[in-house]
Design a protein around this ligand. Structure first.
Ligand SMILES: [Zn+2]
Ligand SMILES: [Zn+2]
Length: 272
């Protein structure tokens, strides 16, 4: 079975490594397919300092650096993609900025309008958590996540589906039963034909589970929603982090295959 990492970042967005360093790291750990998914360009209101995205002016250099690393590492197949934020009205911008991407991840990290909202995963600013409380963050997150699934954008995969779990062990656990919200997410993913990501990032952040957590992954499985596996590495040493353990976890939940992207834009099913 191949080790495939469907979600990685470089220093062009908010990672620390270059494409070259990530490619070398992938080779070193036997990762045979590396999908590069830096955070796509954002409206200036969401990231005024340009710290969490590939800024528009850097898009050509970003692509060139990817191609250079790809050519230098024939031992690891590399695909060019982006992790795109969904926010209301994002569609035209996302299409324009992600033109030429082979893989497009859809994520919700931002709640609200693009000119009036907040990041839910910004460890340096948890204002929205304090203002709304965890229950309301979860409700709004799930509404936004479902809107992202229903968007006309060609998201290949919905990344880290239950991202608000990030702070559950840091004082922001929901008091409501999440099962009805999970059921909404599962129905949305199933009805819109989306894949979802099994992410090992949560394990590195003290969440104590994967994204999605076991109960949600079991529901996705029961509904026939296909999965990909990704590390969401922001450092070269995290490339392919625990991917093989994640395959084992997916097997235990019932999955017998994961989805793997191809260079031509199609997808294949890889038996576990
Ligand atoms: Zn993300
Ligand atoms: Zn990411």
């Amino acid at each position: 079975m191949k080790v495939v990492d469907c979600h990685t970042h470089t220093c062009f967005s908010d990672g620390t490594g270059t494409f070259e360093e990530n490619a070398r790291a992938a080779e070193a750990v036997g990762c045979s397919l590396l999908v590069c998914t830096d955070h796509l360009t954002l409206p200036s209101s969401m990231d005024p300092a340009g710290e969490a995205q590939v800024v528009e002016g850097d898009l050509p250099a970003h692509r060139a650096a990817f191609e250079e690393a790809r050519a230098a590492h024939p031992g690891v197949e590399m695909l060019y993609g982006f992790e795109a934020d969904w926010y209301p009205g994002c569609e035209d911008d996302v299409r324009r900025w992600s033109d030429g991407a082979q893989v497009l991840l859809g994520s919700v990290h931002w709640l609200g309008e693009k000119d009036d909202g907040a990041w839910i995963d910004d460890v340096s600013d948890l204002t929205i958590w304090l203002k709304l409380g965890p229950d309301e963050v979860w409700r709004r997150y799930v509404a936004a996540w479902c809107a992202a699934c229903e968007s006309p954008l060609a998201f290949d995969v919905m990344a880290h589906p239950d991202l608000p779990a990030r702070f559950s062990h840091e004082g922001f656990a929901p008091s409501i039963d999440l099962a009805p919200l999970w059921d909404e997410m599962v129905a949305c993913a199933r009805d819109t034909g989306r894949r979802v990501e099994l992410s090992t990032a949560a394990l590195r952040k003290g969440v104590g589970d994967y994204y999605p957590s076991c109960g949600l992954l079991e529901r996705f499985f029961a509904a026939g929603v296909p999965i990909t596996v990704g590390s969401d590495a922001h450092r070269p040493q995290d490339v392919a982090y625990d991917i093989e353990a994640a395959y084992g976890h997916a097997w235990d939940v019932g999955y017998r295959a994961v989805e793997v992207p191809r260079a031509d834009g199609g997808w294949a099913s890889m038996p576990l």
